[in-house]
Design a protein around this ligand. Sequence first.
Ligand SMILES: [Zn+2]
Length: 258
Amino acid sequence: MNEGGTNVKRWLCLTAIALAVLLMASSFTEYPYSNSRKHYESRGEIVWEVPMDEKLIALTFDDGPDPKTTDRILDLLAEYDAKATFFVIGRRAERFPEIVRREVSEGHEIANHTYNHLYFNGRNRLQDIADEMDRTGEKLAEISGQKPRWFRPPGGFYNETVIRMAKERGYTVILWSWHQDTRDWVSPGVGHIVRKVLNNARNGDIVLLHDHVAGSTQTVQALEQILPELKRRGYRMVTVSELMKHGKSNPVKLDKPH
Ligand SMILES: [Zn+2]
């Protein structure tokens, strides 16, 4: 009898704990797992690069705007007739809206890279993920007059929930070509960044660079070498939106000669 009572108590206790855990979990990420690259790529939910026959490359700059670096990068892009995509941090866009306006007015694209550069580690509250996406999207729309189409999670960390929530908001997740991760954010040396891009450059690449790196200007110096050389090789540097139009799975319709 005594033993039976203890068992019932234990069962009740375990049930209560299980319920509490379930309640807590429901306010966190529902699907902390992720599928393979092939799964997401074939569904068009994540883009790493855009295979194509044309010599187009998309340079992407994360974590800005930065009052010291972004303007220098914009000057260089203008000099080489290059367009790029800036994955901006909402909090920084709020501080430096004039830089975002310059990016847009010079034909570059702006995209969402969260508000606080929050890493999605599979244990985030759903509300936090939503806030990171929405506050930035609204801020960028307010500054530029256009809602961004692309979302890049900080550090490239994604899971099923992040992808689903991005999709619900009309975003496609854009990462980068695995052979074009310059690691410029750890200041590996100008030569390293230059070699990474130039030795690996191929049609449809999405190159990962940063216009805001704490205490570093290596990206600007690297671009001084990368831009003229890519141009010399006949590459045209375009926004992610432009790159996407040229993908083999979504070929541009050309007018047929009559
Ligand atoms: Zn970042």
